[in-house]
Design a binder for this molecule. Structure first.
Ligand code: IVH
Length: 710
């Protein structure tokens, strides 16, 4: 048995590194020479890991001929993209105990669980690191990828191999042929402190916090650098698995442990919410002794069959939630209030703060939401800070919760200077000088809390923000063309709207001042940019809809629209009719589940504007959106439009919808000529009547389950 690395003296470490270098060299040569290996892969991995661990503890002892410098550690140009076999999702948040009760109640309602039926929930720390998906085939690590946008991440396999806790070969029994293990990469406080001590000794700038350092370390192109930054990994979830080893979350985690992963020891399973919340508080109390950062507790439904039934909403599972720890607070000085103009013309005030550390992060900006918020009034007219408006120069209380933009909660009037004056919210746009107005909602008669620039197409701030949105991660996501670059190109007159992006190469070829000759660009980067743009000429249909930046059309709405209209021709046709006030098209649009009057109005307004249409049409010439893939074209309802009505008894409405969508169907809220099937529970009224009138197929719940083979 070898000594733990922490007990090695320096000379012992040096001697062991020497013998490891020789031993690993012998094995590598034997392997590359095609000889019969002397040791198993697992033994080989163990040697490499031992070598790494010693080097991480004694970085100054790393040998010139170290195995970690030699094999496998080849610096890359850039990371390959990695398509996740199963998307990597995020979690909804709970901030209060009540949110947790609501979460459990939602699940019970969805599943129609009676009050006396047990619901087991797991509780485990939410690690503040970055998620990683590890793919094993026949027990061997074949790839490791970051989350990226959830669908496509970056292939960081070489780096993952340097992480303690990530086995290259799995041990133990019944390892599935295909196994994607997901979890969090993090850095311990100790490792972080050691790294910073080293930086200080070398006169280099120190790292800010363990999380960013872990993220930066995992994304090193040269994995010998990653190897010097001791990273750890907790397994807590999975992606594609050919054969799930247990029927519960905890059962699978136990298998993970047997196969060689670290699973967080504070994971528990509870059938009583109060006890679950008590577990949250226990973890909160232990927080500062854990030796790594956590920012809450994650609850998950333990029973996998129930997880399956619960499914997902947008990007988060219905069966899990993150109960966050209370936000951290600190006092600072509000140095200035600046106004930013957004894509839809909204004037958003931003607080510039004297830098202050809140929860380990230096905060210099905070959101101020709108005019009322500065005055101390909330969105619903409630008083936030009676008699305490926010003024430049004020001492203010900042709150930072997780990744959320910091907020200003309060102001200290005792420290307010006698010369301070209330903030004068501008009534003209600071960028284009058009009037800025607070619209009055026709229906409610209420004044909107947001002040908007009326400059529309002439406002360059709006144009830039629209472009930034167009290239953002969930829209066109063009490599090398981020927010900064589009802004620069816009300012240089190269890009005025989205279409210009796609004619950039053509124009550049004809131009005398080429992009490659501009500051920060070169021949290769310019060529790569043009190639990256071309790569995006084919794009998921919903991304195109989202990229248009139509008010109220977020990612989920874009997906609902794409799924419902199927392809660009269907969508364009419908939108042309909507702009023409066509009643039938309007009915069809508002019947889509998830599309209400507000969204429909926003679409009408967007597609009635000639300039928008011109850009949209030109864009459709440049790009080819992919029609929505039918999820399961083997399913008997795939591609069909279904309406559920009446009081369903064997499933809730949400569950019915989720089930139908998983099978590739569209779910509508009202019956029209386009409806293919109506599933009716007892008490179905007008929708059923209309279905019969229109000669649409109808089924009861039993019929539905028979149809889909359950
Ligand atoms: S479960 C489908 N469990 O939190 C559910 N996530 O805010 C997958 N995270 O992207 C996530 N600790 O990076 C889960 N114990 C834990 C976690 C955890 C940290 C991260 C993860 C996820 C993010 C969502």
């Amino acid at each position: 048995m070898k000594k733990p690395v922490s007990e090695l003296s320096k000379s012992q470490a040096q001697a062991e590194l020497e013998s490891l270098a020789a031993e690993l060299l012998r094995h590598d040569e034997a392997y590359h020479g095609g000889d019969q290996p002397e040791i198993s892969d697992a033994q080989y991995d163990a040697l490499r890991r031992r070598n790494l661990e010693i080097e991480q503890a004694f970085p100054e002892l790393q040998r010139e001929d170290s195995p970690s410098r030699r094999v496998g550690f080849v610096a890359l140009d850039k990371f390959e993209k990695h398509q996740h076999a199963v998307p990597m999702l995020s979690l909804d948040n709970a901030f209060t105990d009540q949110d947790v009760y609501d979460f459990a109640a939602r699940i019970r309602r969805f599943l129609k669980l009676g009050g006396d039926e047990k619901l087991n929930l797991t509780g485990e720390p939410k690690i503040d690191g970055l998620s990683l998906s590890l793919r094993y085939e026949n027990g061997r690590l074949v790839s490791a990828a970051t989350r990226g946008d959830g669908t496509t991440g970056e292939n960081v396999t070489a780096n993952a191999r340097t992480v303690t806790d990530i086995p290259s070969v799995l041990s133990g029994e019944d390892v599935p042929e295909i196994l994607e293990v997901r979890g969090e990469v993090y850095m311990t406080h100790e490792a972080f402190a050691q790294l910073n001590a080293r930086m200080e000794a070398e006169g280099k700038p120190k790292y800010v916090n363990p999380r960013n350092t872990a993220a930066g370390s995992l994304r090193q192109l040269d994995s010998s650098i990653t190897a010097k930054r001791p990273l750890r990994f907790f397994a807590y979830a999975w992606g594609e698995v050919s054969n799930l080893p247990a029927p519960t979350q905890t059962g699978v985690l136990n298998k993970f442990k047997q196969w060689g992963f670290s699973v967080n020891p504070l994971t528990g399973v509870f059938d009583d919410i109060e006890v679950l919340i008590a577990h949250y508080h226990t973890i909160e109390e232990e927080r500062s002794f854990l030796g790594y950062d956590i920012d809450g507790v994650v609850y998950k439904v333990d029973e996998l069959a129930l997880q399956e039934r619960l499914g997902f909403v947008s990007r988060s599972p219905r069966w899990a939630i993150a109960h966050k720890f209370p936000a951290e607070k600190a006092w600072s000085v509000l140095e200035a209030i600046e106004i930013q103009v957004g894509r839809t013309g909204a004037l958003t005030p931003v607080a510039r703060l004297q830098p202050v550390t809140v929860g380990g992060v230096v905060v210099t900006n905070a959101t101020l939401h709108n005019e009322d918020y500065i005055a101390g009034i909330g969105n619903n007219g409630e008083l936030l800070r009676e008699g305490r408006d926010l003024r430049e120069g004020d001492h203010v209380l900042i709150q930072r919760a997780g990744d959320v933009i910091p907020q200003i909660l309060d102001v200290n009037l005792e420290k307010r200077s006698s010369s301070s004056v209330p903030f004068d919210f501008p009534s003209i746009c600071p960028v284009c000088s058009s009037n800025a107005v607070r619209e009055v909602n026709e229906k409610s008669g209420k004044r909107d809390s947001v002040s908007r620039c009326t400059g529309g197409l002439i406002c360059s701030a709006q144009a830039v923000e629209r472009l930034k949105h167009f290239v953002s991660r969930n829209a066109f996501d063009i490599d090398g063309l981020g927010a900064k670059q589009v802004e620069a190109f816009h300012n240089q007159g190269l890009i005025a709207n989205a279409v210009d992006i796609f004619v950039l190469r053509q124009r550049d070829e004809a131009s005398s001042t080429k992009i490659k000759d501009r500051g920060g660009w070169g021949e290769t980067s310019a060529r790569k940019l043009f190639d990256a743009i071309d790569e995006r000429r084919t794009i998921d249909f919903h991304r195109l809809i989202f990229a248009l930046g139509i008010r109220h059309v977020g990612e989920q709405t874009a997906k609902d629209l794409a799924r419902s209209y199927g392809d660009i021709a269907g969508f364009s046709n419908a939108m042309a009719k909507i702009a023409d006030d066509d009643e039938e098209a309007w009915q069809e649009l508002t019947a889509i589940d998830g599309i209400g009057e507000t969204v429909a109005e926003a679409l009408r307004s967007f597609f009635s504007e000639p300039h928008n249409l011109q850009v949209y049409d030109a864009l459709c010439q440049e790009v080819t959106p992919k029609p929505v893939e039918q999820v399961a074209n083997t399913s008997p309802v795939s591609g069909k439009t279904i309406v559920f009505t009446g009081s369903l008894e064997q499933m809730t409405r949400d569950e019915a919808k989720a089930m139908a969508e998983r099978l590739g169907a569209k779910v509508a809220g009202s019956v029209s000529k386009k409806t293919d099937l109506v599933v009716a529970g007892p008490g179905a009224g007008s929708k059923m009547k209309k279905a019969v009138e229109l000669g649409i197929d109808t089924l009861d719940e039993d019929g539905w389950f028979t149809l889909i083979g359950r």
